[in-house]
Write a new protein. Structure first.
Length: 187
C-alpha cells in the first residue's frame, strides 16, 4: 500500500436501510447494511453504530479585561448516553465487484431516553453503517436519525403484600418502610 493511500477511504459504498425510523423504548426493528466495493482491501468488521446523545445548554460568566466586566458565555455540553456497535460481520477480505447485504436488528433499550428537542436540552438517536478498516479511514453510510418515543404498553406484575409489624397495614414486599406509619420493614 502506498503512503498516501492510507489517508483515503477505500472505494466502497455503504447503504444502511431500516424498516422503521420511529421506535418506542423497549422495541426493535430490522434493517440491512449493503456493502459494494470497487477496491480490494481487508475489513476488520462490518457494523452499525447506534448512538444516543444528550446536549445541554450551559452558561458561565467570564471576566473580560478590555470591557472590565463579566460577560456571559453560552455553550453546549454533550454526553453520550448510549453507544452500541451492532456487529454484522467479523474480519472479511473485500475484492473489486464485491456486493453483499447483511441483516441487522436495532434494539432500543426499555430504559432509553425518548427523543427531545428543547431550548436547553436535546436528546438525539443516530444510526450509521460502518466498514471498519485498520490504518485507513472507515467507509460509512449516511447517518439516520431515529425518533424514539415513550413506550405506551405497561407491564403490570403482581407484587406480594405483607403486613406491617407495627400498624398491620399492608405494604409491598419491595418497599423499605410502611406507607402508613413510616416504620422500617423487618426482613
Amino acid at each position: 500500500m502506498g503512503f498516501f493511500k492510507m489517508f483515503r477511504k477505500p472505494k466502497t459504498s455503504v447503504v444502511l436501510e431500516i424498516k422503521k425510523r420511529t421506535l418506542a423504548t423497549g422495541t426493535s426493528t430490522g434493517g440491512t447494511i449493503t456493502v459494494s466495493s470497487k477496491e480490494e482491501f481487508d475489513a476488520v468488521e462490518i457494523r452499525a453504530e447506534l448512538r444516543c446523545i444528550e446536549k445541554r445548554r450551559r452558561e458561565r460568566w467570564v471576566y473580560d479585561q478590555r470591557l472590565k466586566r463579566d460577560i456571559r458565555h453560552v455553550y453546549w455540553e454533550s454526553v453520550t448516553l448510549l453507544s452500541d456497535d451492532l456487529k454484522v460481520s467479523s474480519q472479511i477480505h473485500i475484492v473489486p465487484g464485491f456486493k453483499k447485504t447483511f441483516p441487522i436488528e436495532v434494539n432500543i433499550p426499555p430504559n432509553g431516553r425518548e427523543t427531545l428537542d428543547g431550548m436547553d436540552v436535546n436528546v438525539s438517536w443516530f444510526l450509521k453503517g460502518v466498514v471498519g478498516v485498520d490504518g485507513r479511514p472507515d467507509p460509512i453510510s449516511d447517518t439516520i436519525e431515529l425518533q424514539v418515543i415513550r413506550s405506551t404498553s405497561t407491564v403490570s406484575k403482581e407484587v406480594e403484600m405483607v403486613p406491617c409489624e407495627y400498624c398491620k397495614a399492608l405494604m409491598s414486599i419491595i418497599s423499605s418502610s410502611c406507607p402508613i406509619c413510616g416504620a422500617p420493614r423487618k426482613s
